[in-house]
Write a new protein. Structure first.
Length: 368
């Protein structure tokens, strides 16, 4: 399949409420969209990091520059028949996984259009009901948090993820567990703790959480392995898993029992598949994580949830729950609360309405 042209869009879309984590607060969802054309077929992707290089070393404007200056010349006008080939073409560029994912995911959606094969079949998934859960950021106080947790439980969320950071950890969990002693919960620390605080995590065992996500530094595997060997609560890695190689290291060191797979963070769909396969062979469970994607990106996450070894309710929800402005032709919608099915028809993949998209474009670039 020859790539004839690429359009790159930097967009900012306002959130209904600030998304607050250990990294800080975001009022907007910052994403890069890529439109890739081959003949009369078009594929779209969305890769969403944040406005600042805090979750990873990438950020919106930086992604656009890397894509434009380095990645586009590597792929436009060239033919790639497999995902492995297009990944190899970009391999000389170190890191910049979100930028690479923007290109690579567009290749996959274009492949769906060219071949007519449903996305979930291309990635080795199956058309089964997908279960997802809900995540809550840091709230103004415990009462607000407890009310929101209760609302999500009443809606049918099978588990609730809670953001955790210094000053919003043990007491927060004690308050939530007192209100909801039995509902599945897990916490996401976004790399904000260290092994020096191991006693805190020993105390947290009493809350019987499903997992503790990314407690330590985003480059660490050794200290996570020490923690995993010491406490009863399973460890999940997120920010540390930026590549297939990183997943191999985590598995070899027994750093975690779960891996949260985000296609942007690992460089795209091909690497997501490879990481999931490695984990399945090693007995490490996976689930699909989300950033602050609009429905273009969320639709792709739903398809990834169709893979085997997705053993925990994923972080994928309709964009209308967080994002004010919709610019897509279709919406990501639950079939029943907190459940999806993958798309059977290529034309049902979520794509922008380009007239509506105009309102939120910060930067655009065309290449052929």
């Amino acid at each position: 399949m020859k790539i004839d042209s690429i359009d790159v869009y930097l967009i900012k879309n306002e959130l209904f409420f600030p998304w607050t984590t250990a990294y800080g607060s975001d009022d907007y969802a910052t994403s890069v969209l890529v439109k890739m054309r081959s003949g009369d077929k078009v594929g779209w992707s969305e890769s969403s990091c944040f406005a600042r290089p805090e979750y990873s070393g990438e950020y919106g404007e930086g992604m656009v520059n890397v894509i434009s200056k380095f990645l586009v010349p590597m792929v436009v006008g060239k033919t790639f028949d497999t995902a492995e080939e297009i990944n190899a073409a970009m391999d000389s560029i170190k890191d910049n996984q979100f930028a690479k994912a923007a290109i690579e995911i567009a290749w996959w959606t274009l492949q769906v259009k060219v071949t007519g094969v449903p996305f979930y079949k291309l990635i080795g998934g199956s058309n089964h009901e997908i279960t997802v859960g809900q995540a809550l950021g840091i709230q103004p106080n415990f009462d607000v948090l407890i009310e929101k947790v209760g609302k999500r439980i009443d809606e049918g969320s099978p588990r609730v993820k809670l953001k955790m950071c210094h000053g919003w950890d043990y007491d927060m969990l004690e308050a939530v567990r007192s209100a909801y002693p039995n509902h599945p919960l897990h916490v996401d620390c976004n790399s904000s703790y260290s092994l020096d605080e191991i006693d805190l995590f020993k105390r947290i065992d009493k809350f019987h959480l499903e997992m503790i996500e990314q407690p330590f530094n985003y480059r660490d595997f050794v200290d996570h392995a020490k923690l995993a060997a010491t406490i009863e609560t399973p460890i999940c890695l997120d920010e540390s898993i930026t590549s297939v190689h990183a997943a191999k290291q985590a598995i070899a060191l027994k750093s975690c029992k779960y891996i949260n797979i985000k296609p942007g963070r690992v460089g795209g769909i091909y690497n997501s598949i490879k990481i999931n396969q490695l984990c399945m062979e090693a007995g490490v469970g996976c689930w699909i994580g989300g950033m602050l994607e609009n429905d273009v990106g969320r639709g792709i996450l739903v398809e990834l949830c169709s893979m085997p070894n997705i053993v925990y309710p994923s972080d994928v929800n309709p964009g209308y729950e967080k994002i004010k402005y919709n610019f897509t032709k279709q919406r990501v919608e639950y079939t029943t609360p907190y459940h999806f099915y993958p798309k059977e028809r290529p034309e049902d993949l979520i794509e922008p309405d380009e007239r509506l998209l105009e309102k939120i474009i910060v930067d655009r670039r065309h290449f052929e």
